[in-house]
Design a protein around this ligand. Structure first.
Ligand code: NAD
Length: 295
């Protein structure tokens, strides 16, 4: 397939490289990033999009996605598909899909889970919004870049699934970190807490697969000095998107709101930027109740 790929950063570069390695003709554009192996760089986003059957975007946020969509849609032929894999607000995904439809182009929102490691290994999970027909068109590409693609519904449904999932993840990670910090002061070993919780009703992915305590459970960023993994600022971005969606829909999400506030304090005031999101554990452990007031 002829593919245009716009946004070749930490995630986009390995995704584009995997598509090229699978035999697709990939034309890329990024104002800063160098060419990934096998990708022919264009001078502009419309240059990468011209003549492409599918244009993939992997961009930082919804405003940039809207701007890039305005540039690339006129360069795309009728029948082409715009496949956005960025994590953006549901509203941006839906408005880009509307603009695409008006130009005779199908749009698919397909945010990912799996991080840079998943992008490199081609083992991402895609949460997909868009028509059945558009999903079928892009599925062969999703199969190259990932291990699983779940069609969640119409335009915006992929972004909706992503922010709901990551709201649960932020909340369970904070709860798991709090439990370890409490256990320490109760004289309960972290290994014992892991053994109990990982097979009891408090278990979650945050405990069993991504345990925030170093030396406990399977290998995780905690065992690597809390190098990301999934950076705390990206968790903050996703929690803010879920709060934006909660406000827009009038949904009550008090735990999501608290999680967003805690990650904001951790990232913006407590040195969490650039650390894995599970590094909340050493941060909480170091504090006394009534200390900073932020926790
Ligand atoms: P990144 O900042 O490394 O890459 C974004 C790229 O977009 C950059 O290279 C930038 O130069 C480019 N860009 C910015 N404006 C542009 C424009 N107008 N035209 C063309 N290119 C432009 O970010 P990333 O880590 O690759 O993340 C990309 C998206 O994937 C984000 O939405 C992020 O939330 C999501 N995501 C990231 C991870 C992760 O672990 N990094 C995991 C899941 C989802």
């Amino acid at each position: 397939m002829r593919i245009g790929f716009v946004g070749l950063g930490n995630m986009g570069a390995p995704m584009a490289r995997n598509l090229a390695a699978a035999g697709h003709a990939v034309a890329g554009f990024d104002p800063v990033a160098p060419a990934p192996d096998g990708v022919a760089m264009a001078a502009s986003a419309p240059g990468a999009a011209a003549g492409a059957e599918v244009v993939i975007t992997m961009l930082p946020d919804g405003d940039i996605l809207r701007a890039v969509a305005c540039e690339v849609l006129p360069a795309m032929g009728p029948g082409a598909v715009l496949l956005d894999c960025s994590t953006v607000d549901v509203e941006a995904a839906r408005s880009v899909a509307e603009a695409a439809l008006a130009a005779g182009i199908a749009a698919v929102d397909a945010p990912v889970s799996g991080g840079v490691g998943g992008a490199q290994a081609g083992s991402l999970t895609f949460m997909v919004g868009g028509s059945e027909a558009a999903f079928a068109r892009v599925l062969p590409l999703l199969d190259v870049m990932g291990a699983r693609a779940v069609h969640c519904g119409e335009a915006g449904a992929g972004q909706a699934a992503k922010i709901c999932n990551n709201m649960i993840l932020g909340i369970t990670m904070l709860g798991t970190c709090e439990a370890f910090a409490l256990a320490d002061r109760l004289g309960l070993s972290r290994a014992a807490l892991f053994d109990v919780v990982s097979t009891s009703s408090g278990q979650s992915w945050s405990m069993t697969t991504y345990c925030p305590a170093p030396g406990v459970g399977p290998s995780s960023p905690a065992d690597n000095g809390y190098r990301p993994g999934f950076a705390a600022e990206l968790m903050l971005k996703d929690l803010r998107l879920s709060q934006q969606a909660a406000e827009a829909t009038g949904s009550l999400t008090p735990m999501g709101a608290r999680a967003a506030a805690l990650y904001a304090a951790f990232v913006e005031e407590e040195g969490g930027r650039g650390r894995d999101f599970s590094a909340v554990l050493p941060w909480l452990s170091a504090q006394e109740r009534g200390g900073t007031g932020k926790s």
